[in-house]
Design a protein. Structure first.
Length: 222
């Protein structure tokens, strides 16, 4: 894990967390409100989010819902709300852990390491995915049946397979694979998805696993 997005409207907390995380060799992005956090997560997806619930524009729980609509990246809530109900709502929305302010930096870093370990285990479990007649090894970059994929096809396929059942937006795919300047080039995705279906689907004209959600994006259906 290398990139962490810290979301908090208190400048001193953003500064303190940035200093401490950078000192431990993490790349750090910061956002002071919910809208900026959601934009940052799309433009440069982090490996983990540290999120305050009391933001000036959106409630932190709404930010969690917004992230969980397309990604399973770990989310650690960092909040001054100490009530059990606030913790329950955040965890039910999809947060992975909850740290109450005031907090010790050593405790927070320990939570970051613990969540990172769990994520690494989950990613290892997702390394081999069955897609119709083919077994896809994401770690080894191989597909049974002597299927050969280009580097770009691998990037798109891996993003879909690592989030089974989740809608991955066109914007997110284009940003991740080609860069932020290409978010309107949706024909790139149509071309490469057609190639992937020809190689991996039994009936490319009627795909069972690599599904298009018109006008929105794509999803992998196990």
């Amino acid at each position: 894990m290398t990139r962490i997005l810290v979301v908090d409207d208190e400048p001193q907390i953003l500064r303190a967390l940035r200093i401490n995380l950078v000192a431990r060799h993490y790349d750090v992005d910061v956002a002071a409100d919910g809208a900026a956090a959601l934009r940052a997560a799309v433009d440069l997806p982090p490996d983990l989010v540290i999120l305050d619930l009391g933001l000036p524009d959106l409630d932190g729980v709404d930010v969690i819902h917004g992230l969980r609509g397309w990604t399973q990246i770990p989310i650690i809530v960092l909040s001054g709300r100490a009530g059990n109900q606030d913790k329950i709502e955040a965890l039910d929305a999809g947060a992975d852990d909850y740290v109450t302010k005031p907090f010790g930096i050593d405790e927070l870093l320990a939570r970051v390491r613990a969540v990172s370990r769990r994520t690494a285990i989950q990613e290892a479990e997702l390394a081999r995915v069955q897609l119709g007649d083919h077994l896809v090894d994401l770690a080894g970059k191989t597909v049974t049946g002597d299927v050969r994929l280009t580097p770009t096809e691998w990037q798109i396929l891996e993003m879909l397979l690592r989030h089974p059942g989740k809608l991955i937006s066109q914007r997110h795919l284009l940003t991740e694979v080609w860069g932020a300047k290409f978010v309107k080039e949706t024909h790139y995705l149509r071309q490469y998805m057609a190639q992937l279906r020809r190689k991996l689907e039994r009936d490319p004209a009627h795909p069972a696993h690599l599904i298009t959600e018109p006008g929105m994006g794509y999803r992998f259906k196990p």
